[in-house]
Each structure stands twice: as C-alpha cells, then as structure tokens.
Write a protein that binds this ligand. Structure first.
Ligand code: CC7
Ligand code: ZN
Ligand code: ZN
Length: 244
C-alpha cells in the first residue's frame, strides 16, 4: 500500500520559523493528521487544505505543539462542517486529553465529553490495528518527559514516526534489524542537552545503516547551521511529500 507523508510543520515546540511538528499521512484516498498543535489550523489553511479533507486525527501525547490546535478543529467540525472526525488516541490518553486540556474551552451545554466532538477511537498500545483500509498502525509507548505517557507510531510495519522521544538506540536498532522498518522520521534537538528529546549528537552515535534510514524533524529555527553536520541522516522538509 502506497503511503505518502507531508509535514505541515517540522519545528520544535519553541520554533518560530517552522510550524509545529505535525503531519499529513496520505494512504489511498484517506488522509490522517498526525498531531494537531497550536499552529496546525494556520498551517493547514496556508496549504489550502480544508478540514473536511482530513479523515482522521492521531495524537501522540499531550503537549501544546501536538494537541493545541484541537479546540479550533473541534469547533470548526461542529459548527462549520457539521461532521465528526475519528480521533485516534492511546486508550489511556483520552481521559486526560479531555479533562486536563480540552475541557476548559470545549465544555458547554450538551457538549460535555470528547466524544461529543470527535468519533473517539481508543488504541491499545502494542496492538496493531487497521484504522483505514490498507493503513495499519501500532502505537509504541516511548520515553519523553519522565512519568508522562507518549506514543510513537509504526505504520504498516515499515514506517516509524517518533513522538517526542529521548534517545532510544535499542528501540531504533530493534525496529530496523528485527522488524524490518525502512524509514524513520525522528524528532531531533539540535543543541545539547536533549533533555526530553534525542539530541543530534546522540543520534550521530548510531551505526551508519540505521542513520541512513532516519530523517530528522521537530528541529529549531537555526537548522541551517547544522546542514552537512547530520551524518547519514537528513532533515525532513516542511511541506515536501515523501513516499514511505
Ligand atoms: N520536562 C520538560 C518538559 C518540557 N520541556 C520543554 O518544553 C517543550 C514542550 O514541548 P516538547 O516538544 O515536548 O519540547 C519540550 C521541551 O523543549 C523540557 O525541556 N523539559
Ligand atoms: Zn513536541
Ligand atoms: Zn512533547
């Protein structure tokens, strides 16, 4: 099954020259929005993509650069488009997404839960599930902020898309060597210390055959200073379409 991915933004949480690190995954005639940060409504608007061209939204974790645009999408789907779009999310994140983040803006008479706005589709981590015809997703719990749930994604056993994730060399080697993953889109903190992200210098310690499959995203505004300093890895370009 042909899959294409297009980042609507490739920036870190604090980037201003790039939109938040969110993506459109196109598979057959279906389009999945991966994360929906604060800048997602503007990014989609500037790309000329109306919200009714998105057939599902998948959330990796609860940080504003990944969920901050959901309130606007919820209101637009309710009042402008009058549709309910599937919202795919790890089963243990649905309740905190509503109670800790969205409820303040979205709760109103007759609209008191996430499922009043979205077709909520909880996903069990580690259990592959076909969410659209020909598109299988497996959520993988990965480390980000200590004691905060965050889920990376494996699509059709071949394409890994990291949530925000600390350097996890064993996982990356397992994915490539044992699970046959061909392409990895990986977040990258250009400057030390990575803290809650993998830093570029950490990623540069990976073997060449792993690096050559990695494309870097979620980077800061000074990315240009790091051109040519990313080993066998390359930067993902915002808006470019990649076959994966
Ligand atoms: N414990 C934390 C929590 C957050 N942060 C910074 O805040 C950003 C929130 O979005 P992010 O993309 O996860 O990146 C986080 C860190 O830059 C951080 O550096 N340490
Ligand atoms: Zn982030
Ligand atoms: Zn994060």
């Amino acid at each position: 099954m042909q899959m294409d991915i297009q980042m609507i933004g490739t920036g870190s949480a604090f980037a201003k020259a790039y939109y938040n690190n969110n993506a459109l995954l196109h598979c057959d005639s279906q389009t999945l929005l991966i994360d929906c940060g604060l800048t997602a409504p503007t990014a989609l608007h500037q790309m000329g993509i109306p919200l009714n061209r998105i057939h599902g939204i998948l959330i990796s974790h609860i940080h504003a650069d990944h969920i901050g645009g959901l309130e606007e999408l919820a209101f637009q789907y309710l009042y402008k488009y009058k549709i309910k779009v599937p919202l795919f999310i790890a089963e243990d994140l649905a309740e905190p997404l509503w109670n800790n983040s969205l409820r303040g803006g979205l709760e109103q008479e007759d609209f008191r839960q996430l499922s009043d706005y979205f077709e909520v589709r909880p996903l069990a981590p580690g259990v592959p599930q076909e969410i659209f015809p020909g598109l299988k997703i497996e959520l993988m719990q990965t480390d980000h902020v200590p004691n905060k749930k965050s889920y990376s994604m494996l699509f059709n056993d071949s394409f890994f898309y990291s949530a925000d994730i600390v350097f996890s060399p064993k996982l990356l080697e397992h994915l490539v060597r044992e699970r046959g993953v061909r392409t990895l889109f990986h977040d990258c903190q250009l400057h030390e210390p990575g803290l809650v992200h993998a830093s570029l210098s950490e990623l540069l310690t990976l073997p060449d055959d792993i690096q050559s499959r990695i494309r870097l995203m979620h980077y800061g505004d000074d990315r240009s200073e790091f051109e040519g300093r990313t080993g066998r890895m390359s930067f993902v370009e915002q808006h470019r379409i990649y076959s994966v």
